[in-house]
Design a binder for this molecule. Structure first.
Ligand code: ASP
Length: 345
């Protein structure tokens, strides 16, 4: 691929990377893409076209929602043919959720979509934003000698590591090394050279076509277990009107209390069609409900294994599957199958 037919669409949604300190209050406030670009004159050194699209006003990623995800899918699908790759500047707080959602919503993706951001604003001397932005652009345009993109999938690039988007979690509110992919190897490491881990990257499909999805159903909840959890709390959660699915954050390899009221509430909810997905509270490893008696009873209560999925990815995948209006049995079935490399079965 020559510089003349290489191009990137840089989508700025907001986040710390594009913030500046208000001298009066000391709080970080958004500024626009033009100001952001001024702080990165290096952008002009790229020999190819970089077009931009800005969310106006920019969003702190705590405000991200399915509406904003749909907007991103719309921007990418409308501009899909014109660009070699896409870079999304995004706040770090919910970046893993957005990356997970996009990985399902952009079915058949065959081009790089790289999300990045920073822990320090781009105008600050020690910012990590410049490096993250410049390397993301490089990755979004990287091609094999046959002209095919090296990374045709949704990723997060942060502090020298390229990770599959739907495998990531924000793990640090302080360090530059803020994201981790515990259950899947990094797709690339950036040092003097960018070293791609080609065997772990989704292969490029010659005839694959983008099929954007826009329908998401948000009638879901996360239930994190802790010793002493009360029956009335769990009962009222499962009695929520319209509730269709619950991400059950369990202990270790997928274990939960054996208390009869608890198991009964889960069985009743499953019977009423609520999909319950077992996701471990551990950062690393997988759910194995057959391993202990405490997990085994969850199988009888209709709970499905989330294997090694992250909570972020389970939330996005459930919204995506429920958005298709599938029967609960089909949602349960599809939760057990990898759709975008989000689980290892
Ligand atoms: N609150 C910011 C956001 O997620 C934090 C960040 O960008 O790092 O938008």
């Amino acid at each position: 691929m020559t510089p003349e037919n290489t191009s990137v669409l840089l989508i700025y949604t907001g986040g710390t990377i594009g913030m500046i300190e208000n001298p009066e209050t000391g709080a970080l406030e958004n500024f626009n893409l033009e100001q952001l670009q001024k702080h990165v004159p290096e952008l002009q050194k790229f020999a190819f076209r970089i077009d931009t699209y800005q969310f106006d006003p920019p969003m702190d990623s705590s405000d991200m929602d399915p509406e904003a995800w749909r907007r991103l899918v719309r921007i990418i699908s409308d501009n899909y043919q014109q660009y070699t790759g896409f870079v999304i500047l995004h706040g770090t707080d919910t970046m893993a959720f957005t990356a997970s959602a996009l990985s399902f919503m952009l079915e058949g993706l065959n081009k790089p979509v790289i999300l990045t951001g920073s822990q320090l604003p781009i105008g600050v001397l020690r910012t990590d934003g410049k490096e993250n932005l410049l390397t993301s652009i490089e990755i979004a345009t990287a091609c094999h000698s046959n002209g095919r993109p090296i990374v045709p999938e949704v990723c997060i690039f942060f502090e020298n590591h390229l990770m599959r988007g739907n495998r990531t979690t924000k793990i640090n509110a302080e360090n530059f090394n803020a994201f981790r992919s515990y259950n899947y190897p990094v797709l690339a490491s950036a040092g003097i050279h960018i070293k791609y881990n080609n065997v772990q990257i989704h292969p490029h499909g010659i005839r694959r076509e983008l099929k954007p999805h826009f329908l998401l159903d948000t009638n879901i909840a996360i239930l994190k277990l802790f010793p002493g959890i009360q029956e009335n709390v769990v009962r009222s959660l499962f009695a929520t009107e319209g509730l269709k699915a619950v991400v059950l954050e369990t202990y270790g390899s997928g274990n939960a209390p054996r208390k009869p009221w608890f198991v009964q509430l889960l069985s009743d909810a499953s019977r009423r069609g609520i999909v319950i997905v077992n996701v471990t509270q551990c950062s690393s490893g997988t759910v194995e409900m057959e391993r202990y008696e405490t997990g085994y009873q969850l199988i009888s209560a209709g709970v499905v294994s989330g294997y090694d999925i992250t909570t972020e990815s389970a939330v996005a995948k459930l919204m995506f599957l429920l958005g298709h209006d599938y029967e609960p049995a089909k949602v349960r079935e599809l939760m057990k199958r990898p759709l975008a490399g989000e689980i290892t079965v």
